[in-house]
Design a protein around this ligand. Structure first.
Ligand code: IPE
Ligand code: IPE
Ligand code: MG
Length: 249
């Protein structure tokens, strides 16, 4: 085994890295509260952590990273918090656009961009378009994303195609259905990480997580550092993925 990525005592096997890591970045509010600070400070620190984890992912050679940044249900939060989250997203995008170009990162949004204010929508579209041909890594950001919503939308689009006579019902299989999801062109996640101690999916990638390995940690997202990331990847490398089959050693 080639030894590499030996930060602290964690040694990963480069031949067994996940192809796609998805992360539910949770616990910003509780992190801030634990320090006697308003929730927004947690979101600010959380955005910095996201940046570090994105670059670490690229450095490790993991080709796909999906970050759950804002859910469909997060619109139910207080208006002030939503406003600050959108502001932070804008600041992040402005600061990182050049970096994405420089580092060859392809940026992609899953979720309903049209739920956002026009200027933010345009920013997201511009970055997606400009980085479209980058091939060093795909950074997929889930924004106004809900798994049930994605499946229902896909079904509606599919039904329209059937109605127009372009697809017949017997042609519908898993492969075809995938083409109607926001994540078309992206392989299913191999590893899902959720921080903050919650052990639920919270409507994230319901279709795509069918055979994903789950890693839960009680660490709040703003405290999730490169070493915690390596721990999650190490845990992944110890798993035996069977996909329903029987493996004999
Ligand atoms: C995750 O942290 C960030 C978003 C959902 C936008 P939270 O804001 O959910 O923080 P907690 O879970 O309340 O601590
Ligand atoms: C999930 O976290 C969404 C994001 C991390 C963006 P939430 O904090 O919204 O999830 P619940 O409400 O605890 O399930
Ligand atoms: Mg939360």
């Amino acid at each position: 085994m080639n030894q590499c990525f030996n930060n602290s005592h964690i040694v990963l096997d480069p031949s067994k890295l996940p192809r796609h890591v998805a992360i539910i970045m949770d616990g910003n509010g509780r992190w801030a509260k634990s320090k006697g600070l308003p929730r927004i400070y947690g979101h600010k620190k959380g955005a910095e952590v996201a940046k570090k984890i994105i670059y670490k992912t690229k450095e490790l050679g993991i080709p796909y990273l999906t970050l759950f940044a804002f859910s469909k249900e997060n619109w139910l939060r207080p208006e002030e918090e939503i406003k600050t989250l959108l502001e932070l997203l804008k600041v992040y995008l402005d600061a990182e656009f050049e970096e994405m170009k420089k580092r060859g990162i392809k940026f992609k949004v899953i979720g309903d961009k049209e739920d956002f204010p026009k200027d933010l929508q345009e920013k997201l579209e511009l970055i997606e378009k400009t980085t479209e041909k980058n091939d060093e890594m795909v950074l997929c950001m889930a924004l106004s994303y809900g798994g049930k919503n994605e499946i229902v939308k896909a079904t509606r689009k599919l039904a329209e195609e059937v109605k127009k006579g372009k697809i017949s019902p017997e042609d519908i299989d898993e492969k075809l259905f995938r083409n109607f999801l926001d994540t078309k062109d992206i392989p299913d996640p191999d590893l899902l990480i959720r921080t903050s101690g919650e052990m639920r999916i919270s409507n994230f990638l319901l279709f795509q997580l069918a055979y994903t390995e789950f890693y839960f940690t009680s660490i709040y997202w703003p405290d999730f550092d490169e070493n915690e990331y390596l721990k999650a990847l190490y845990s992944y490398q110890q798993r035996e993925r069977r996909f329903g089959r029987v493996y004999e050693s």
